[in-house]
Design a protein around this ligand. Structure first.
Ligand SMILES: *[C@@H]1O[C@H](CO)[C@@H](O)[C@H](O)[C@H]1NC(C)=O
Ligand SMILES: *[C@@H]1O[C@H](CO)[C@@H](O)[C@H](O)[C@H]1NC(C)=O
Ligand SMILES: *[C@@H]1O[C@H](CO)[C@@H](O)[C@H](O)[C@H]1NC(C)=O
Ligand SMILES: *[C@@H]1O[C@H](CO)[C@@H](O)[C@H](O)[C@H]1NC(C)=O
Length: 309
């Protein structure tokens, strides 16, 4: 009896915590028997769970690329009142998507229950010239999440990702020094460096949104001690506190926290947390020194400092 009771309770909790999933439904009048050869020719249609619908996001993780946006979204997805979009939509930064309009955008969102908020993440928004005005036009009171890490580390991580993508596609690769230096000087036009000029991009956002609407998550802290950062996000989004220490466990092999929720364990993709290549110390010093003034400008803009080198 006690067993049955706890099982029912378990089901109730699961139903509460589980994000909406599609339900498989076979066409009317068709129920395949095991081994039925027509099984292969008839596919079930997928219907959304009753009571759920799609909404434009209540909050967007706008960046930064290589800042930990995937980790942040996956960790927020632990929360029963969060419905996270599965893919990066690139609606506000890519014209060919933006021209499809807001109805198309809403269709890209996951099904959610009325008690849930929808969150999308596209790291390219932060460095996009046009995204802030477009997001403002959709919802001027939307809450934005921005996850940042040391901008020098971000440059190297950005390079590393492109390096592995090119390797996989059998394209030629360059040493990082060849990207960072041109004609004996720091190549400040290198896209990975441009994306790390947080002050430049932030100024663009602050022309459209007040600072109170942009919550900055410390990406370096999130990796080493996720819970306090997530609790700050819960408060920013007015979510009841539901994420707990027991939702995380440290994976020694990965050197990362993995997630435990709904009785499932999951770790970030293999491509996350790749080791960085060694960088010539002289070049690294030039890069740090170039970014230092931009970092100071950024601290002044947001009224907060970080331990960036
Ligand atoms: C036929 O479909 C049912 C329902 O998805 C499945 O459980 C069963 O294993 C299938 N049988 C075969 C032989 O494919
Ligand atoms: C947005 O547009 C790009 C380029 O056309 C495309 O590759 C991408 O899949 C689009 N996003 C979605 C969600 O369709
Ligand atoms: C705009 O965003 C705010 C903050 O998340 C939310 O409360 C509100 O419902 C949104 N408005 C629309 C029309 O989606
Ligand atoms: C820890 O990480 C390794 C390497 O990514 C993975 O193979 C393993 O399954 C993980 N273990 C747990 C308990 O998550």
């Amino acid at each position: 009896m006690a067993n049955l009771l706890s099982y029912v309770l378990f089901l109730a909790l699961r139903a509460y915590a589980a994000p909406p999933e599609y339900i498989q439904r076979w066409p009317d009048g068709f129920t395949p028997a095991p081994g039925d050869p027509s099984n292969d020719s008839v596919t079930p249609s997928l219907i959304p769970p009753p009571g759920s619908s799609k909404h434009p996001p209540h909050s967007i993780i706008i960046g930064v690329r290589k800042g930990g946006t995937r980790a942040l979204l996956e960790m927020l997805d632990i929360h029963p009142e969060v419905a996270a979009a599965a893919t990066e939509v690139h609606f506000f930064d890519w014209d060919e998507n933006y021209s499809k309009g807001f109805d198309w955008y809403r269709e890209q969102m996951p099904y959610s229950y009325p008690t849930q908020i929808t969150i999308e993440k596209t790291p390219g928004y932060f460095t996009s010239q046009v995204a802030p005005a477009r997001i403002h036009a959709m919802n001027s009171s939307i809450r934005l999440l921005l996850i940042l890490r040391d901008p020098t580390e971000r440059v190297i991580s950005d390079y590393t990702q492109v390096y592995f993508n090119r390797l996989e596609n059998h394209k030629p690769v360059q040493a990082i020094e060849n990207m960072l230096v041109k004609n004996g000087a720091l190549n400040t036009r290198y896209k990975a460096i441009q994306r790390s000029l947080y002050d430049v991009h932030m100024r663009n956002w602050l022309q459209h949104f007040p600072l109170e609407q942009i919550h900055i998550v410390d990406g370096d802290t999130l990796i080493h001690d996720p819970l306090p950062e997530l609790q700050r996000v819960e408060r920013f989004l007015d979510l009841p506190p539901r994420i707990e220490a027991s939702n995380f466990y440290f994976n020694q092999t990965k050197g990362f926290y993995c997630i435990r929720s709904d009785g499932h364990e999951r770790c970030l993709h293999e491509s996350k947390g790749r080791p960085h290549p060694p960088v010539n110390s002289n070049v690294l010093r030039q890069l740090r020194s170039y970014l230092r003034q931009h970092n100071r400008n950024f601290y002044r803009l947001i009224g907060r400092t970080f331990n960036w080198q």
